[in-house]
Design a protein around this ligand. Structure first.
Ligand SMILES: Cc1cc2nc3c(=O)[nH]c(=O)nc-3n(C[C@H](O)[C@H](O)[C@H](O)COP(=O)(O)OP(=O)(O)OC[C@H]3O[C@@H](n4cnc5c(N)ncnc54)[C@H](O)[C@@H]3O)c2cc1C
Length: 576
């Protein structure tokens, strides 16, 4: 039930591809990254200046990588493991077989993310989503009724009606086709004209409210089927409570279609950024990488964040810069070691600033603190087993595959089949859930989770001996139970746009109160597309722009950066 084709290679002849021009701030990060003039400069006196980067997930590593390329010295702090929510766990008995615990399928429209995938020379494969071209079969089970499909048209007509109801609703209520065409053309004025109207109209509306007010969804069963199968990856009804704006951003930028996975695991991206020695470095000798700058490991967890008492060498390296006017930031790690930095990029989930990190309150104004505290995070759980072979392709007596990519309203919700490389075992993601569905697994052990998941799947596939194919130990994760995350990703609620906007806009404002300066928030929970790696990449680039300007640098005049065009393209103020 995808809405429109996303893959640039699959766009109709002459049709421009849909890219991640998030309509709140339709800045072409991909053009910015590919421009031959590069991301700009910092003054020579600033070269080698240490900049703290809290968190070595995707945002922290992209920020650190680009700060290093500019000639600065990023100092990464990490409380858990490199990669953060891009973590790929390996099965203990088969180290080449991985389970992507967080990010696992990356839409081709996410050009900022793929800039780094390409730079690192990583290989990708189509992700086996429901009813995708390369997914050999899909089973949809709803209210005990089971539908098997190898192609979209194998499903009963009713499913096509529901898909049409969604398309009609999007066009009628959100001028969807016009907005998406404006994104294709990169017509930023038109994008903002349409989106700003939609934004004002729908900031207070849930996803469920948006469809239930549509005549096309007057029949309750349509809402039920849509919640189960929905668009793209399906299973979106756990998001029914979220703001519809969040969902519109996903569909209009084709984030939920044409997705690929990273061969060898998503963590190859973050590992790659850590190990890569760029050949276009400023200041640093050839061969320098983040790994070499850090002597092989980031520093540990940050315990305290505050402002130093006095201006010191850490901040006054560039006379006349914003940084020279205020004392540096002082960061203390969990072992009690303190260091001072002219600037800091903070990429951990922002809730952690008031929970696990002792953050001096005056570093943010009160309305920023409110935005931080009011962020709403989604829960998410995944459980994987390794299997001897892709047995699901065996055929039963009716000629159907014995097991399929499965969407169900039972506990498991989404089951994905990941074929291994030649000569390697395969993997089944038995269950991928969000919100309430994820909480149902939270208190169970991995063994109990697997037992219950298999029991549920056996009801959909009577007679299938799933257990006989499982080898090795299962892997499970509940992101909300990890103190370094406290949730999987932000899922904004109705009325949250103002909080979103405050967090996102923060990087572009250098005229903050002196005590609030030099801090740059990044990470997907700061972005307008939380839950997607692209948001981590693009907010990291915003933060890099912020640090660069704070230290007296600038973008190249031929390649303005995100903060340079912020007044023109930035998110609107709903109260203005
Ligand atoms: C279940 C799940 C599924 C997802 N699926 C997809 C997908 O299919 N496609 C997609 O594009 N995106 C997906 N995402 C989103 C993607 O994984 C994230 O956007 C991205 O990994 C976030 O990177 P980040 O750097 O912003 O945050 P993080 O990865 O959270 O990095 C922040 C880091 O800060 C560290 N930290 C915390 N506290 C401290 C401290 N006190 N001191 C130092 N460090 C600290 C953390 O350990 C962490 O490593 C998914 C995420 C989850 C959780």
């Amino acid at each position: 039930m995808t809405h429109t084709p996303a893959n640039p290679e699959h766009a109709a002849p002459g049709e421009q591809p849909v890219t991640m021009l998030v309509p709140d701030f339709p800045f072409s990060y991909d053009h910015f990254l590919h421009h031959p003039a590069g991301l700009g400069h910092v003054p020579e006196e600033a070269h080698g200046t240490e900049v703290a980067v809290i968190g070595a997930g995707l945002a922290g590593l992209v920020a650190a990588y680009e700060l290093m390329r500019l000639g600065l010295r990023p100092v990464l702090y990490e409380a858990g493991s490199l990669g953060g929510r891009m973590k790929s766990a390996t099965f203990s008995t088969a180290p080449n077989v991985v389970a992507d615990l967080g990010g696992m399928r990356f839409p081709v429209s996410c050009r900022g993310f793929y800039h780094y995938v390409d730079r690192l020379g990583l290989k990708t494969l189509p992700f086996p989503n429901p009813l995708a071209d390369h997914t050999s079969s899909t089973v949809i089970e709803l209210k005990g009724e089971r539908f098997y499909a190898e192609r979209l048209d194998d499903l009963p007509e009713l499913f096509a009606h529901v898909a049409r109801a969604w398309d009609e609703t999007l066009d009628r209520q959100a001028q969807f086709t016009d907005l998406q065409n404006a994104i294709r053309r990169r017509d930023t004025a038109e994008i903002k004209r349409i989106w700003n109207r939609v934004l004002r109209r729908y900031d207070d509306q849930t996803f469920y409210g948006f469809i239930s007010e549509s005549p096309s969804f007057a029949d309750y069963s349509y809402r039920e089927i849509f919640g189960q199968v929905g668009f793209g990856t399906g299973g979106w009804d756990t998001d029914y409570i979220c703001t519809i704006l969040e969902i519109l951003r996903v569909v209009v930028t084709n984030m939920d279609s044409d997705q690929r996975r990273i061969v060898g695991g998503a963590q190859r991206v973050t590992d790659g950024l850590w190990n890569h020695a760029p050949d276009d470095l400023t200041h640093w000798p050839a061969g320098t990488s983040l790994r070499s700058l850090h002597g092989g490991s980031p520093l540990g967890a940050v315990a305290r964040l505050e402002r130093a008492a006095e201006i010191s060498d850490a901040s006054r390296r560039v006379p006349g810069s914003y940084a020279a006017e205020v004392p540096p930031l002082r960061i203390t790690d969990r072992h009690g070691t303190a260091r001072e930095f002219a600037a800091a990029v903070i990429t951990c989930q922002s809730w952690l600033l008031s929970t696990t990190i002792d953050t001096c309150e005056s570093l943010f104004n009160q309305s920023m603190w409110t935005a931080i505290e009011k962020s709403h995070y989604m829960q998410s759980s995944k459980t994987f087993v390794m299997v001897d072979r892709p047995f699901w392709k065996d055929r039963d007596e009716h000629g159907r595959e014995v097991f399929s990519m499965t969407l169900t309203d039972r506990l498991t919700r989404g089951t994905y089949l990941l074929e291994g490389e030649e000569g390697e075992p395969s993997v089944i993601l038995l269950s991928y859930t969000w919100n309430d569905d994820a909480l149902k697994w939270l208190t169970l052990s991995v063994k109990d989770r697997v037992e219950l998941m298999i029991a549920n799947l056996e009801k959909i596939y009577p007679g299938l001996d799933l257990r006989s194919h499982i080898i090795g130990e299962p892997i499970t994760v509940s992101w909300e139970s990890d103190p370094n995350f406290m949730g999987a990703f932000k899922g904004a609620l109705p009325g949250h746009y103002r909080y979103h906007q405050r967090l996102f806009n923060h990087f572009a404002n250098h005229e903050r109160e002196p005590n609030e300066r030099g801090i740059y928030l990044a990470g997907d929970d700061i972005s307008f597309n939380a839950g997607w790696a692209e948001g981590a990449v693009t907010t990291a680039l915003n933060a890099v722009w912020g640090v660069q300007h704070y230290l007296g640098g600038a973008s190249h005049p031929d390649n303005p950066g995100p903060g340079d065009v912020f007044d023109e393209l930035g998110p609107i103020d709903l109260d203005a």
